[in-house]
Design a binder for this molecule. Structure first.
Ligand code: ATP
Ligand code: MG
Length: 189
C-alpha cells in the first residue's frame, strides 16, 4: 500500500479508521498522539513536556514533533506503507514530512480528509472522556483543540490540494458507510 495521511478535526475518527485500514491492508501506523501519551505514561522527559501542551489543548513545537516523527518512521518495516495519523498538523510539519520521505525515496501517497460536523465531534469526544478518560477530552480543552485545529491545521487541507493528493470523505451518520467509501477508494490504488 502507498503511504496514507489521515487528516481531520479532533474526534473525526482518524484513529478508528486507521485501525480499520491497517487491518485491511497490513501497513504501518504512526499516531503521534499515541506516541506522546505513551511517553507521558512512561514518565519520560519528553512525556513531561508533552503533557503541558496536551492538557492545554495546544500543539507541541514543530521541531520536536518532526524529530519524533522521523525516528518513529525509521523504526518501522520498509516497503509496506505507513498511515500517518495526527501528523502533519501544520504547514511546517507537512513540508518536513514531504522532505523527510523524499530523502528516503518515498512519498506522501494520498491524503484522506475526514469531514465531520462539530456537533458530532463534540458528542464523540465527550463520550470518549467517559469511556477512555483522556485528560484532554473535557469540554474546556476540547474547545481549545477545535480552535487550534481551525487556526493551525485546517489550512493544511489546501496545501494538500496543491500537492494533488487531497481526497475528502464526509460523515453522513454511519461508520460503515464512511468506511466503505474509504475502502472503495483505497482498493483502487
Ligand atoms: P483524535 O485522537 O480524536 O483524533 P486529536 O486529533 O485531538 O483527537 P491526538 O492526535 O491524539 O488527538 O493528539 C493529542 C494531542 O497531542 C494534541 O492535541 C497535541 O497536543 C499533541 N499532538 C499530537 N500530534 C501532534 C502534532 N503532529 N503536532 C503537535 N502536537 C501534536
Ligand atoms: Mg487519535
Amino acid at each position: 500500500m502507498t503511504n496514507i495521511i489521515i487528516f481531520g478535526a479532533p474526534g473525526s475518527g482518524k484513529g478508528t479508521y486507521s485501525d480499520e485500514i491497517v487491518k485491511r491492508y497490513g501497513m504501518g501506523h504512526i499516531s503521534t498522539g499515541d506516541v506522546l501519551r505513551a511517553e507521558i505514561k512512561a514518565g519520560t522527559e519528553l512525556g513531561k513536556t508533552a503533557k503541558q501542551y496536551i492538557d492545554n489543548g495546544q500543539l507541541l513545537p514543530d521541531s520536536l514533533m518532526i524529530d519524533i516523527l522521523a525516528s518513529t518512521y525509521d523504526a518501522l518495516p520498509k516497503g509496506q506503507g505507513v498511515i500517518f495519523d495526527g501528523f502533519p498538523r501544520t504547514i511546517a510539519q507537512a513540508e518536513a514530512l514531504k522532505a523527510m520521505l523524499a530523502e528516503r525515496g518515498d512519498d506522501m501517497g494520498v491524503m484522506i480528509e475526514l469531514i465531520v460536523d462539530e456537533e458530532t465531534l463534540l458528542a464523540r469526544l465527550l463520550n470518549r472522556a467517559v469511556e477512555q478518560g483522556r485528560a484532554d477530552d473535557n469540554e474546556e480543552t476540547i474547545k481549545k483543540r477545535f480552535a487550534v485545529y481551525h487556526a493551525q491545521t485546517e489550512p493544511l487541507a489546501e496545501w494538500f490540494e496543491g500537492e494533488g493528493i487531497r481526497h475528502t470523505f464526509t460523515w453522513k451518520g454511519e461508520k460503515e458507510l464512511m468506511l466503505g467509501e474509504i475502502f472503495d477508494f483505497l482498493d483502487k490504488l
